[in-house]
Design a protein around this ligand. Structure first.
Ligand code: F6R
Length: 243
């Protein structure tokens, strides 16, 4: 029996409000806790609300530590299409976090396998993740754990699925700039988080339903979340309003 709580809300704004409240409560409860963070379009509204709360003095990020899910291979931290850049722009540069306490896997390490092992060890050394924020791919990927033969236990390098490359190519200047490989936390890394919150828009309704209530199988990586005791899926019925 799946224990995943699947909560449907009307709007992207409502989903972002609930997610930001959950994260804010986590920070207030454990000011030096570890947040697992995601990029993509789903969490942007959440990050905006957290930045607003911090600007108003309602939330203090000074002790917070963060680890991100993933990064494209080949993209340096200052690459505007990379995930370190995304996180700085959408959250870290807008709150009073100590950047030295924010971690995103390196996409440009000389030895990417060694980087993956070091990243996994870092998450452990930080005491594990208190609250992991996730989005989900149309194919059920979490982080960049694509449908595979098995669930990856640890941070590793992956070849991105054709569908993921198509979905994300729009974020790059030219579709051919879209990287083929990424470094990502494993499904196991994610499952070791103490609490998990996954966000998705209307185009993800079907895959979220399958992940929450279908068979647990690596062909739908997010279905592994059924094995975790504290997972909430927030599904919004309407996409964000165009700005
Ligand atoms: C991003 C990540 C991906 C996205 C997923 C959904 O760090 O790990 O798994 O969460 O591709 O992306 P959006 O939110 O753009 O639909």
């Amino acid at each position: 029996m799946s224990q995943i709580r699947l909560i449907e809300v009307e709007s992207y704004e409502e989903m972002s409000r609930l997610a930001a409240e959950t994260i804010a409560a986590q920070i207030r409860e454990k000011p030096d806790g570890v947040l697992g963070l995601a990029t993509g379009s789903s969490p942007i509204g959440t990050y905006d609300l957290l930045a607003d709360a911090c600007a108003k003095g309602e939330l203090d990020f000074s002790g917070v530590r963060t680890v991100n899910l993933d990064e494209y291979c080949g993209l340096a931290p200052d690459n505007p299409f990379g995930y370190r850049y995304f996180m700085n722009e959408h959250l870290f540069d807008r709150v009073n976090i100590d950047k030295a306490n924010t971690f995103v896997p390196s996409g440009t390490a000389q030895d990417m396998d060694a980087e993956a092992a070091a990243y996994e060890a870092r998450v452990d050394a930080m005491g594990g993740i208190d609250l992991q924020l996730l989005g989900i791919g149309h194919n059920g990927h979490i982080g960049f754990n694509e449908p595979a033969e098995g669930f990856a236990p640890n941070t590793h390098v992956v070849e991105l699925a054709a569908r993921t490359r198509e979905a994300n190519a729009k974020f790059f200047e030219k579709p051919e700039d879209m990287p083929r490989y990424a470094i990502t936390m494993g499904v196991g890394t994610i499952l070791r988080a103490r609490r998990i919150l996954l966000l998705g828009g209307p185009d993800k309704a079907e895959i979220m339903e399958r992940a929450a209530h279908g068979p647990v199988h690596p062909s739908v990586p997010a279905s592994a979340l059924q094995l975790h005791p504290d997972v909430t899926f927030l599904l919004c019925r309407q996409p964000p309003r165009a700005k």
